[in-house]
Write a protein that binds this ligand. Structure first.
Ligand code: DC
Length: 222
């Protein structure tokens, strides 16, 4: 195998489930970069820092330690300054604010440093929005997973229902639409496929189908 694997795509395209399973199959470390932006957003909200206050957010990023603990096929535990925030960072208020925090250049700079350090000392499967274009532009394997807005909203809806949260499908759809627009429209490292990424529409595929497709493409390009 040649090296690191970058997986990008919009919210709800199935990136994190696929990336986690792929990493477990290959014995690679899984790095969920979205969880890092979420952890910082969690801390900002808890400290009453507005997601518009770029200056404070950059300071916060500099004084915060975020740690990811890959627990294999099960999940990734997320720690913010030693406190476990794995579940807390999935709350709806974090999902609504995280794109604003992630649009601040100084915040990205700091978290990208962490991400590159982790990729330098491990074989990684890293998922996010800018991994193939910016964080690991030389990764030998780059995938961009996508699906229609309707399908992505339906998946999120099912996940939330399974977790006991009842939210209207239309509300979720609108939130994902807004997040996509912010993530794709920002100036620094916007969401877009790297020129050499393989684009996969996961709309009609199961998670297992997607993992199998990626593994086949990796094996074919060793
Ligand atoms: O993948 P996710 O939904 O947990 O990501 C949360 C937010 O973090 C997403 O709306 C955009 C941002 N993000 C980013 O800007 N760059 C990344 N590499 C990963 C996530």
């Amino acid at each position: 195998m040649k090296g690191n694997i970058a997986i990008d795509g919009p919210a709800g395209a199935g990136k994190s489930t696929v990336a986690r399973l792929l990493a477990a199959r290959l014995g690679y470390l899984y790095i969920d970069t979205g969880a890092m932006y979420r952890a910082l957003t969690w801390k900002a909200l808890r400290q009453g820092i507005s997601p518009d206050d770029s200056r404070r957010l950059v300071e916060l990023a500099q004084e915060t330690t975020i740690r990811l603990e890959d627990r294999g096929a099960r999940d990734v535990a997320v720690y913010c300054d030693g406190e476990e925030v794995t579940t807390a960072i999935r709350q709806a208020d974090i999902s609504r604010q995280v794109s604003l925090v992630a649009s601040v250049p100084g915040v990205r700079q700091r978290l990208v440093e962490f991400q590159r350090e982790m990729a330098a000392s491990n074989r990684v499967v890293m998922d996010g929005r800018d991994i193939g274009t910016w964080v690991l532009p030389r990764a030998p394997y780059k995938f961009f997973l996508t699906a229609s807005l309707e399908e992505r909203a339906r998946r999120r809806h099912r996940e939330l229902l399974a977790a006991g949260q009842s939210v209207e499908l239309e509300t979720i759809k609108e939130e994902i639409r807004q997040r996509d627009a912010l993530d794709s429209g920002r100036e620094v490292a916007p969401l877009k496929p790297a020129p050499d990424a393989i684009i996969i529409d996961t709309g009609q595929m199961t998670v297992e189908d997607v993992v199998a497709r990626l593994l086949a493409l990796i094996v074919a390009n060793q």
